[in-house]
Ligand binder design. Structure first.
Ligand SMILES: Nc1ncnc2c1ncn2[C@@H]1O[C@H](COP(=O)(O)OP(=O)(O)OP(=O)(O)O)[C@@H](O)[C@H]1O
Ligand SMILES: [Mg+2]
Length: 251
């Protein structure tokens, strides 16, 4: 079953067609890679899907909702969550507070509950415990009370990933989740991603330049070039595709 379907989606900046007639089909429960050379339109496509910079034309169907004209917060509420290429953390807040931000349906956020901490203290504790588990899995729990600004670049990427998980996503769009992360940790991140798919049934669309790691974990890949989808296939098919080699590996 398809969880996300794009039909002929385009996005231009002035004369530049950053995304041009892109069609994708992301099945429920799969890990799908999105690769392509620098400037091929991958981040723009994630921005378009998540509503950050809406499409000029085309249809985007997520979990049976047409979302191409919806606001980012509505899209998030439907269960589509994205992370950013450059971590977009709240740097003056702690690691734990950053990870707690996306938690949905919190009683303490409702004006008629807010003054009565007793009524939502237990719920708040449970959310903190859940977040702590996510931070633990990503090996940054010990920094829970540090400011996000005090983390290393790699740890910021981990927190960005952890934060996207506490929003109970159905689909996670990850933009280069391992950029700036040491190779061993990068592999661990992908092992976590595979585990989240198994345990929580989360579907993933992942932009990543580290193909040697990505290819070990994805079910299939789309390849973009100059704003268009060049081809699609399994890791084995993409590795053997001469057009991909030419644009991507410079062969
Ligand atoms: N806000 C913007 N305004 C103008 N041009 C933009 C904007 N965002 C992206 N572009 C252009 O659109 C094209 C696609 O950029 P995009 O960031 O989507 O590429 P990418 O595939 O994510 O590249 P990378 O692998 O380097 O992250 C590039 O030519 C880029 O300069
Ligand atoms: Mg990008």
């Amino acid at each position: 079953m398809s969880l996300l379907k794009l039909e002929y989606v385009s996005k231009s900046y002035g004369n530049l067609k950053a995304v041009s007639d892109v069609s994708l089909d992301i099945p429920q429960g799969k890990i799908i890679g999105l690769i392509g050379p620098n400037g091929s339109g991958k981040s723009t496509l994630l921005n378009v899907i998540s509503g950050l910079s809406p499409a000029d034309s085309g249809n985007i169907l997520f979990d049976e909702h047409e979302i191409s004209k919806r606001a980012t917060n509505e899209i998030f509420q439907l269960g589509l969550v994205r992370s950013f290429q450059d971590p977009s953390l709240f740097f003056k807040m702690t690691v734990l507070d950053n990870s707690l931000l996306p938690t949905k349906n919190q009683k303490g956020e409702k004006p008629w509950y807010a003054p009565f901490h007793k009524l939502w203290r237990k719920e708040e504790e449970n959310h903190a415990l859940e977040s702590a588990q996510v931070l633990d899995q990503l090996l940054i729990r010990k920094h829970y009370d540090a400011l996000a600004s005090d983390l290393s670049g790699g740890q910021m990427k981990l927190l960005e990933l952890g934060r996207s998980l506490t929003g109970s996503p159905k689909l996670l769009l990850l933009d280069e989740p391992t950029a700036g992360v040491a190779p061993k940790l990068a592999y661990t991140i992908f092992e976590n991603i595979a585990e989240m798919r198994e345990k929580l049934g989360i579907t993933f669309l992942i932009v990543e330049h580290r193909l040697e790691i990505l290819f070990d974990f994805v079910d299939s890949l789309y390849v973009m070039h100059m704003g268009e989808v060049l081809t699609q296939g399994s890791p084995a098919e993409i590795s053997a595709n001469s057009a991909v080699k030419e644009i991507y590996f410079g062969d």
